[in-house]
Write a protein that binds this ligand. Structure first.
Ligand code: SF4
Ligand code: SF4
Length: 418
């Protein structure tokens, strides 16, 4: 695609990157068919090709309106279009650049500004989010029914292992996950402990940076990334084997630290090393398949429907690994129809675009339930909470199923999610 960027962005770092991405798009439109928002709304401007065209206009200095902003806001950043694109267009990066320019030029109404500010300030701060969530959960019976299913139910976490091992890996605790679904990380620690690996947490690490970065507070997001690098670096120097991610949304961001901080001379090298060490839990467990099979001494006779989060299958391009591990230990894993489509969670999307998010969730749940499986597993806390808000079928992280099997507690599997 020919481009002619305006002076305000020409020859800047963002401008050069956006220009290269725009030029790689041949406007074929293959991506449109797999875009969830295009499928729901049927408008070219609510699909990837249309949004690319809008961003091109913005960067070429054409008028930017609230309408432009709405079409970009409605994008889930699911990156399904990147998987479909035969030309390798890095749509997600282009969107980050385009959204930031639009954000600076189109003032949002007060209500939107307050909502976005609250999300940016509260969600990445565990000490603020956890007590607010607890209060919401305590007041649940008093809330109107329409609000009740928006508050995730309280979850209990099993105990953390206390044994030490010579093999050590870092675990990202995350920001909302310890409050929303505390059993995921403790289950992961127990599974790794059983396999002879100690998971360590750097207390000063927190949000991976995605929350603020994707709400157009890019400086705030970069600050979170640098803080994590500072917290992890001494342990990296001590030789941890990997940085384990249990939320694929965070993993997809941490794997791009090298890109986000490539311009920062103080952090570029460390960021690239951190990105290299970052692994989704499903990338690590295949090496322990034989040990898991031996320990489980038979088969986990469970049938589950697996929802692969977009951040796993499109962001990190990891497909088939979760299913492989689960099948190796005897789980009957079903993928549903349209498994490549987003469930509508997508970071803060379900809060900022509730109608579209609900439609996508209901479509996804209908497909998952059509598999006939009595339980749903996924690999990202946001998808888990969003899907659970629309069904009584238990939705858990897949590692919790392995943990329950190792503890010979499959009868109670899913009961921590009440
Ligand atoms: S992003 Fe890729 S698939 Fe979509 S129009 Fe451009 S080249 Fe075609
Ligand atoms: S990221 Fe997802 S919602 Fe956004 S344009 Fe691409 S496919 Fe559509």
């Amino acid at each position: 695609m020919q481009t002619n960027l305006a002076d305000f962005i020409k020859n800047t770092r963002e401008g050069d990157e956006a220009d290269a991405i725009l030029r790689s798009c041949v406007h074929c439109g293959f991506c449109t068919a797999t875009c969830p928002t295009y499928q729901l709304l049927g408008n070219e401007l609510d699909g990837p090709r249309g949004r690319i065209y809008l961003i091109k206009q913005v960067l070429e200095g054409k008028q930017v309106t609230a309408n432009t902003q709405s079409h970009l806001d409605r994008c889930l950043t699911c990156r399904n279009c990147e998987t479909t694109c035969p030309s390798g267009v890095q749509y997600g990066r282009l969107l980050d650049i385009g959204r930031k320019v639009v954000e600076d030029r189109v003032p949002r109404p007060l209500g939107q500004r307050l909502k976005r500010a609250a999300l940016k300030e509260v969600l990445p701060r565990r000490w603020l989010f956890a007590p607010l969530l607890k209060t919401g959960q305590a007041l649940l019976p008093l809330l109107p029914p329409t609000l009740q299913n928006k508050v995730p139910r309280r979850q209990t976490a099993g105990a953390l292992p206390t044994a030490t091992h010579t093999r050590k890996m870092l675990l990202l605790d995350g920001c909302v996950q310890p409050a929303l679904a505390p059993n995921i990380n403790t289950a992961t620690a127990r599974v790794f402990d059983a396999l002879g690996v100690q998971l360590v947490v750097a207390p000063k690490a927190g949000c991976c940076g995605a929350l603020r970065y994707h709400l157009n507070d890019q400086d705030g997001g970069l600050h979170d990334m640098r803080r994590n690098i500072d917290a992890w670096w001494p342990l990296v120097q001590d030789g941890v084997e990997a940085i384990v991610m249990t939320a694929s949304g965070c993993g997809s961001t941490v794997k791009e630290y090298g890109h986000f901080l490539a311009h920062d001379t103080a952090y570029a090298e460390k960021a690239a090393r951190i990105a290299e060490l970052c692994k989704d839990v499903s990338e690590i467990l295949p090496q322990f398949e034989a040990a898991l099979q031996q320990k489980l001494n038979g088969k986990i006779g469970k049938r589950v429907a697996f929802h692969p989060p977009c951040s796993l299958q499109h962001g990190q391009q990891i497909r088939g690994k979760v299913e492989g591990v689960l099948r190796a230990v005897g789980v009957d894993v079903q993928l549903c129809a349209d498994s490549h489509l987003c469930c509508g969670s997508s970071g803060t999307y379900s809060i900022l675009q509730p109608d579209l998010a609900r439609k996508l969730r209901d479509n996804k749940l209908a497909n998952l339930q059509a598999t006939g499986a009595p339980a749903i597993v996924t690999a990202n806390v946001g998808c888990q909470a969003h899907l659970q808000s629309g069904t009584a079928v238990p939705v858990t992280h897949w590692i919790e199923l392995i943990d329950s099997a190792l503890a010979q507690n499959l009868d109670n599997y899913g009961s921590y999610n009440t």
